[in-house]
Design a protein around this ligand. Sequence first.
Ligand code: C2O
Ligand code: CU
Ligand code: CU
Length: 511
Amino acid sequence: MLEKFVDALPIPTTKQPSRTIDGVPMYEVTMKEAHVHIHRDLPPTRIWGYDGQFPGPTFHANTGEPVCVLWKNKLPPTHFLPIDFTVHGAEKSQPEVRTVVHLHGGVTEDWSDGYPEAWFTRDFKQVGSYFSQPTYMYPNIQKATNLWYHDHAMGITRLNIYAGLFGMYIIHDDEERSHLLPTGYYDIPLILCDRSFHEDGSLYYPSQSEKPVKDVNPSVIPDFFGDTIVVNGKAWPYLQVEPRRYRFRVLNGSNARFYKMSLSNGHSFIIIGTDQGLVRTPIETSSILLAPAERVDVIIDFSSYEGESIILLNDAAAPFPQGGQPDRKTTGTIMQFRVGTTPTIGYKEPLPYILTTIPMLNEQEASCRRNLTLSMRPDQYGRNIHLLDDRLWTEPISEKACLGSIEVWTLINLSKATHPIHLHLVQFQILDRQPFDREVYEKDGTITRTGPRRGPERIEQGWKDTVRANPGEVTRIIMQFGPFTGLYVWHCHILEHEDYEMMRPYVVVIQ
Ligand code: C2O
Ligand code: CU
Ligand code: CU
């Protein structure tokens, strides 16, 4: 087993524009194969990375300042991870590797959103049916927040992201800057993922012919759980810190693993932001649950821990209680902080009491309410698949939202797993969760509530773009559709579910 805390935490590089046209920075990113060192004692690992990096370079953008990115695919012709042809028939006729890039949480026009069928292969030799053109525009018309970009190619997203195609995209604004939060060396992204390796250092991803474990991983593409936790591209790294406050922008970039983070000395985190930016007021908590694709912006204050080593622990059993159960020796440990003894000079950042204002969307103003199920049923071959609204990807679009309208979506989870549900384009607020009677629903389609209604958790009170919908519960979210019309998607962010078939298109239309 790999020794822990032997590699220093790397910081992804900052992406620089290659030129500026009319004041708009133009970036160019090349997806390519590379070999990277994930652990001191592991031979180099072949990955696919944006600019050959794992994770990709970090973008820094400013609210109100658009940027353009040319995404280029220079990947080798065949995927190096196992693809089951019986699940993805298309791969046989298209040996070239399909990619498309999505800015998760970004408010973008649909032609820049990375629609799964807007894919392209190396040098744009082949393109999908919705491909528009290779340069995407990100308007950055949203508040300071931590987004991420990742692959979204139809049916193989789990493999492309697992191979390394993801990175962070941070938006800054004046409000955030006015708070004098820790910056520079003291402002650090933590991009978490889990991976497994063969002894030669190569990535292990099970092929679909390996049988899913009954009840634990019952669907046709089993949820992937790796045995190694990787942060910013290193396995179980350590970070030397000064005894002062730090800001960490944490992203769960795993395919399926949830993290429930805590500090080994019982010290608490101070949450300052969620998926879509700052929360109203700092929130102190000793544990943080993050589903795939969720982000959290936290302050950790090391000032009274001079000379100590603190371990960032993980204790999440979700989404399947039996499947993702972490073990202290492996996935129950994330990384280590080594607190130095030299006090920082000029450390004086008071945390503001109010970070931002968040207007609450009003249920009374909703013009449409939708009941949408999250379910599992056998496909035409009798294999279990997860579905949204009981429909396959190819069925006609059923969610048509009017531009500017407010809708309430009730996610009715009939399955056995927690699903992190994500909508493109819009930010939403969580209204509540409530247990309901599954059997009654399955018999006559009525929602019989069987337990108390709970509002969003304390750290879910800001703007979100991904929400955990627990089994046996209805989860209600509210959002306003816009500011663009067009074709988008909503899906489960467990990548093994998203790829087959837990994703649906939706449109925003002018009434
Ligand atoms: Cu992070 Cu549609 O995805
Ligand atoms: Cu997204
Ligand atoms: Cu799911």
